[in-house]
Design a protein around this ligand. Structure first.
Ligand SMILES: NC(=O)c1ccc[n+]([C@@H]2O[C@H](COP(=O)([O-])OP(=O)(O)OC[C@H]3O[C@@H](n4cnc5c(N)ncnc54)[C@H](O)[C@@H]3O)[C@@H](O)[C@H]2O)c1
Length: 263
């Protein structure tokens, strides 16, 4: 039975990811500042609810921007289970604001959680993994790190930074530890629902070749693959799971963006 840590697993992508690993038989620990949320409207049809899925996910109240608290949580998990196989740094926050209006406190907090939070958790885990049999370090980046998405400059920069961390950790820790990140496109989670109106969600769907947001479970599936022996030759890479959003040139006419009569 593997020991798996997922940060930010009380909600959204992290919650679906922790549930996926737990259902597959792993021992899963959720490092989150808030308590686990119940089943919500973003759950994909057929997803087992919390009573079955996250009963086996243990919540540890941790702010992942606090490196000392993160180190202590990793130590506890390792001491209790005697191993540490997979760590997924997923906790993240965003604030919608234009570059002229960004408040220093917001930008610092976003950087502390989204970028330095990944660095601190990966470092704590890597110290344990490199002293033992190795393991897999994963994180949630975003397509926002690959393009200029307006109103999220600080957030976008943290996500591009995660790709740089992925490449550097992979170089330094190979072959004992594999490292990768997943860059989701638009995913229907509480984070997305908090910042987008129904109209904005529809407009976003129209610009995604797949014609819709991802379900959190579709990102969880990518993490599950990356953590599996099937991916044993994969390290230092970013896996983009975005329904085709960033595949084309921005001025091209892709099928779903055209009126039906022109298809
Ligand atoms: N939803 C999307 O469309 C989307 C797209 C690309 C990337 N992402 C990324 O996916 C990750 C998860 O986002 P989500 O959409 O599931 O959001 P969410 O808000 O549903 O969940 C985020 C979780 O992280 C926790 N968290 C926040 N700050 C924390 C901290 N300092 N310490 C510990 N836990 C903390 C929250 O309590 C929450 O449980 C984030 O890194 C986000 O940037 C989301």
């Amino acid at each position: 039975m593997r020991t798996v840590i997922v940060s930010g697993a009380s909600s959204g992508i992290g919650r679906a990811t922790a549930a996926r690993f737990a259902r597959a038989g792993d021992r899963v620990f959720n490092l989150d500042v808030t308590a686990p949320q119940g089943p919500d409207a973003t759950d994909a049809p057929g997803t087992p609810d919390d009573t079955g899925a996250s009963a086996e996910v243990r919540w540890l109240e941790v702010d992942t921007a606090d490196w000392a608290a993160v180190r202590e949580a990793v130590r506890r998990v390792h001491e209790e289970t005697g191993r540490l196989d997979v760590v997924i740094a997923n906790a993240g926050i965003s604030v919608r604001h234009g570059v002229l209006d960004i408040e220093e406190a917001d930008a610092r907090r976003i950087t502390d959680v989204n970028l330095l939070g990944v660095l601190g958790l990966w470092q704590a885990a890597a110290r344990v993994m490199t002293a033992g049999d190795g393991g897999v370090l994963l994180a949630t980046a975003s397509v926002n790190g690959r393009r200029g998405y307006p109103r999220y400059a600080d957030y976008n920069a943290t996500k591009a930074g995660i790709v740089a961390l992925t490449q550097t950790f992979a170089m330094e820790l190979a072959p004992l530890v594999r490292v990768a990140c997943v860059s989701p496109g638009a995913v229907l989670t509480p984070m997305q629902l908090a910042e987008y109106t129904g109209e904005m969600l529809d407009a976003t769907n129209a610009r995604i070749p797949a014609g819709r947001h991802a379900a959190p479970e579709e990102i969880a599936a990518a993490f599950h693959y990356l953590a599996s022996p099937e991916a044993r030759f994969l390290t230092g890479q970013e896996l983009v799971v975005d329904g085709g959003e960033t595949a084309g040139a921005t001025t091209s006419d892709w099928g779903t963006a055209l009126p039906a009569a022109r298809n």
